[in-house]
Design a protein around this ligand. Structure first.
Ligand code: FAD
Length: 396
């Protein structure tokens, strides 16, 4: 009996593979590859506009949080005149809980590593984060390895409002018994991502602020995720959905240019990508984790797709309202990763763009790889920790 079987077993709804197969493949094959892949120079630098330009609530002081984000940077990166106000705001501002060394965002990357890839829009995302779309001075290059997704202290009305706006306005929970799979997808993807974020908070939590002791918070894992079987199921769904996108784009990803100027590392990146997308164990046990060909077939298919695309773009725009810099970084990366998966599965070879070959931006590939790694890590943590977490809760 595998540890995760106490949570759920059997097929994951809307997917082709069951929990046991996913756990086996993830732990034996996918997680070790992804764990190495995200440390390569190609995958560890993400280009992002981190300033908080929230288009939805301009009047509520949200953009004070822009200062909150800047206060996280090492002082020597900023010109002298900018330093004082940020420090003052850091001291006054209770929302700014990220002024800690571990929250530092490294902005020192050489922008040349982003040269040489196509600049092409993604119809599923709001940001046109190409050099043409956004002033390149607003873009930041972040070393993801220095900024792990973990507990940040971002709680309260600001965080709650984002999730509320996402769920109520852009992807309402479908009524139980809803048979239209298309309508379920967006909710499940977001809920799965939300579960994964909660899992990362639980797996790397600030247990004691005074001693700066970090560790696992299994109670939080249970309360936010394990107690809700649908949230666990949505995590497994999102993982299989993104995995399908990655394997569907296998040829493209295998041939893509992973050059960062470090030949040895770049060859390793290419080899890891190949191991991931053409993996014989994956092909044997779960060749098509999600079957996208069934979707958008009915008469209302194209209309439904447009509606869901618009809702996803709104969710993507909401990431600019996330009031904590590191959460915004990972929120943007993961939503871009989901948008890339949606683009691969639904915009290419689909009715609207039959003749277009798949083309991805460099940043989309980075987001997709890191998102899959995030989800893989969450699935692994849930599978491994479910029994201990339940025992802790029973003992209380
Ligand atoms: P929340 O997680 O805020 O959930 C709000 C409500 O949504 C819940 O009451 C419940 O009704 C519903 N809900 C919860 N989980 C699910 C699910 N899986 N599926 C469906 N519905 C659900 N905090 C950090 O510490 N580190 C981070 O890196 C981080 N990243 C974030 C990224 C984004 C994009 C956002 C919006 C927030 C992020 N946060 C992060 C904040 C974090 O997600 C929580 O909002 C915060 O910890 C407060 O949690 P909560 O218990 O109030 O519930």
């Amino acid at each position: 009996c595998s540890p995760g079987s106490r949570i759920k077993s059997g097929l994951v709804e809307d997917c082709s593979c069951d929990y046991e197969t996913v756990d086996y493949l993830n732990e034996e094959v996918l997680y070790p590859i992804l764990q190495e892949l995200v440390t390569t120079p190609f995958f560890r630098y993400f280009k992002v506009k981190l300033w908080c330009d929230c288009p939805f609530w301009p009047d509520d002081g949200m953009c004070r949080l822009r200062d909150c984000s800047v206060c996280e940077c090492p002082e020597n990166e900023f010109p002298e005149p900018f330093k004082m106000p940020f420090n003052r705001l850091l001291a006054d501002d209770p929302i700014c809980q990220e002024g800690k060394p571990e929250a530092t965002v490294d902005r020192s990357l050489d922008s040349k590593v982003f040269e040489g890839w196509v600049e092409i829009d993604n119809p599923w995302t709001a940001d046109d984060e190409t050099d043409n779309g956004i002033l390149s001075t607003e873009m930041t290059y972040v070393n993801l390895q220095l900024n792990p997704e973990r507990y940040t202290g971002y709680v309260g009305p600001s965080a709650r409002r984002i999730w509320e706006a996402i769920y109520t306005e852009n992807c309402p929970k479908y009524p139980s018994g809803e048979i239209c799979q298309e309508k379920r997808i967006l909710y499940k993807l977001i809920s799965g991502l939300h579960s994964s974020i909660s899992v990362h908070i639980a797996s790397d939590y600030l247990l004691n602020e005074a001693t700066n002791m970090w560790g696992q918070n299994l109670e939080l894992l249970y309360e936010r995720v394990l107690k809700h079987p649908d949230r666990v199921e949505n995590l497994y769904f999102t993982f299989q959905f993104v995995l399908r996108a990655v394997t569907k784009a296998a040829d493209y990803l295998e041939q893509a240019e992973y050059s960062t100027g470090n030949l040895e590392e770049d060859l390793k990146t290419q080899s890891l990508v190949r191991q991931l997308v053409f993996n014989p164990k994956l092909q044997a046990a779960c060749p098509v984790p999600f079957d996208e060909a069934k979707l958008w077939q009915g008469e209302s298919g194209p209309e439904l797709k447009q509606q869901i695309q618009k809702q996803f773009r709104n969710i993507s725009a909401l990431m600019d309202c996330v009031g904590c810099e590191k959460c915004r970084l990972w929120g943007k990366l993961q939503v871009l990763g989901l948008g890339t998966a949606l683009k691969i599965l639904f915009s290419v070879d689909g009715q609207t763009s039959k003749d277009l070959p798949l083309q991805l931006q460099r940043n989309e590939v980075i987001a997709l790889g890191n998102l899959l790694h995030r989800l893989s890590e969450s699935v692994k943590f849930v599978h491994e920790m479910a029994p201990s977490s339940e025992n802790i809760m029973k003992g209380q």
